[in-house]
Design a protein around this ligand. Structure first.
Ligand code: ZN
Length: 350
C-alpha cells in the first residue's frame, strides 16, 4: 500500500505500517509508557488477526503479499479474491475467531490473577493491572467491530458468502454492498454528530471499499465469459534473441505492440516487456541484445484460459502483459489494456 513501510516479514508476508500509524504513536506516547503498551497491544492483536485471515487464505491457494497496519485496523492485500463462497466464509471468520479465542483462553487466568475488580473495571491505564486488562479487552472490540455486517468488513464478507451460496456472487455482492453503504452512512452520521472523526474515516473507507469491490466482482463475472483467444490481437510481432534493444524500440514505434515474445528456431525462448526494454535502454544503451535483457522465466497463459485467469496471473506476478501460448508456441501477447477494453465495451452496453 502507498505511504507505508515494511516492519518485518513473517510466513513470507510483509508486515507494513502506514505512515498515519505514526500519528497514533505520538498520540499514545504523550500518554506515557502504559499507553505505549496499549498501542503495542493493539498493534500485536491486529497483526495476529490479519495473519489468521492470511494463513487460511494461503490454505486455499491465495497468496497474501502484505499486511498494512492503519490506525483504524489492518488490511491484508490478497493477490486474488477467493473463488468459492465457503473459502471466503472461512477466511473472513478466521480473524474474529482468533480474537474470540484469546478472550476465552485468557478469561479465567486473568480473572484469577487480576481479580474481578480490575478485569471488569471500565477501560483505564491508571495502573499496570488495569492496562493489561485494557489490552485484553481490545480483542473483544476487534471481534465485535469486525463482525458488524458492513461489507467489506469481515462480518459483511461472511454475510455475502452465506448469501452467495444461494443467490450467486453477483446478487449477493449487490445486497452486501448496499448494506455496507447503509452502515457507512449510519457511521458517518454518528461520527459527525458526535465529533468522532475516526468513525467518519471508517465510514468513508467502508463506503468506497464496498463500491470498489462491487466493481471488481462485476469485472470478474464479465471477464469469466471470455477466453484469451476471443480477444487476442491478430497481428503480433515476435523478436529474435540477437536483435538489439534499438531494433525493439523501432518495432515498438512501428507497431501498437510494446511487449514481445522472444522466439529462437520456432521456440519461445523468453519475453521482453515495455518495462524491461526501457530499463535495458537506460542501463546498457541500444546496442545490447535482447537475449541479455529478456526474462527467461516468465508467467504465461494459454489461448483457452479465461480473461479472469489472465488477469489473476498478471496481478499475482505484478506484470501488465503476458505471452499467449498454444501447444507450447507463442501465438500472441495479451495486455491489461486489452482486458480493460473488453470490460469497458461490455459495461457500456448494460
Ligand atoms: Zn478481519
Amino acid at each position: 500500500m502507498r505511504g507505508s513501510f515494511r516492519l518485518f516479514k513473517v510466513f513470507g508476508i510483509s508486515i507494513n505500517m502506514h505512515i498515519t500509524f505514526i500519528l497514533l504513536l505520538f498520540l499514545f506516547l504523550a500518554g506515557g509508557v502504559k499507553w505505549l503498551f496499549i498501542l503495542v497491544g493493539i498493534f500485536f492483536f491486529v497483526t495476529l488477526h490479519e495473519l489468521c485471515h492470511s494463513l487460511v487464505a494461503k490454505k486455499f491457494g491465495i497468496k497474501v503479499r502484505e499486511i498494512t497496519l492503519l490506525p483504524i485496523g489492518g488490511v491484508a492485500s490478497m493477490t486474488k479474491m477467493p473463488e468459492k463462497p465457503m473459502h471466503e466464509f472461512l477466511i473472513s471468520l478466521a480473524g474474529p475467531m482468533f480474537n474470540i479465542m484469546v478472550i476465552v483462553v485468557f478469561f479465567l487466568p486473568l480473572k484469577y490473577i487480576l481479580g474481578d475488580e480490575v478485569l471488569f473495571h471500565p477501560l483505564s491505564a491508571a495502573t499496570w493491572p488495569l492496562t493489561i486488562a485494557y489490552v485484553y479487552w481490545i480483542n473483544l472490540v476487534l471481534a465485535v467491530f469486525n463482525l458488524i455486517p458492513a461489507f467489506p468488513m469481515d462480518g459483511g464478507r461472511i454475510f455475502r458468502a452465506l448469501l452467495a451460496t444461494k443467490l450467486g456472487i453477483r446478487k449477493a455482492t449487490r445486497i452486501a454492498v448496499s448494506l455496507g453503504h447503509l452502515f457507512a452512512l449510519v457511521f458517518a452520521y454518528f461520527g459527525i454528530t458526535r465529533m468522532n472523526f475516526i468513525l467518519v474515516i471508517i465510514a468513508v473507507f467502508i463506503y468506497t471499499a464496498a463500491s470498489g469491490e462491487e466493481m471488481q466482482v462485476n469485472v470478474k463475472e464479465t471477464l469469466k465469459k471470455f477466453r484469451v483467444r476471443d480477444i487476442l490481437p491478430q497481428d503480433f510481432v515476435s523478436i529474435k534473441p540477437d536483435a538489439t534493444l534499438g531494433n525493439v524500440l523501432e518495432t515498438v514505434f512501428h507497431n501498437r505492440q510494446e511487449d514481445f515474445p522472444v522466439v529462437a528456431d520456432g521456440k519461445m525462448a523468453g519475453f521482453i516487456t515495455r518495462k524491461d526494454l526501457v530499463t535495458g535502454l537506460h542501463q546498457f544503451g541500444k546496442d545490447k541484445t535482447v537475449s541479455e535483457v529478456m526474462r527467461k522465466d516468465f508467467p504465461k497463459v494459454k489461448d483457452t484460459d479465461t480473461l479472469v485467469k489472465a488477469q489473476n496471473v498478471m496481478q499475482a506476478n505484478g506484470v501488465t502483459a503476458l505471452p499467449v501460448l498454444k501447444d507450447g508456441d507463442a501465438i500472441g501477447v495479451i495486455t491489461i489494456e486489452d482486458i480493460g477494453r473488453v470490460y469497458a465495451m461490455i459495461s457500456r452496453k448494460d
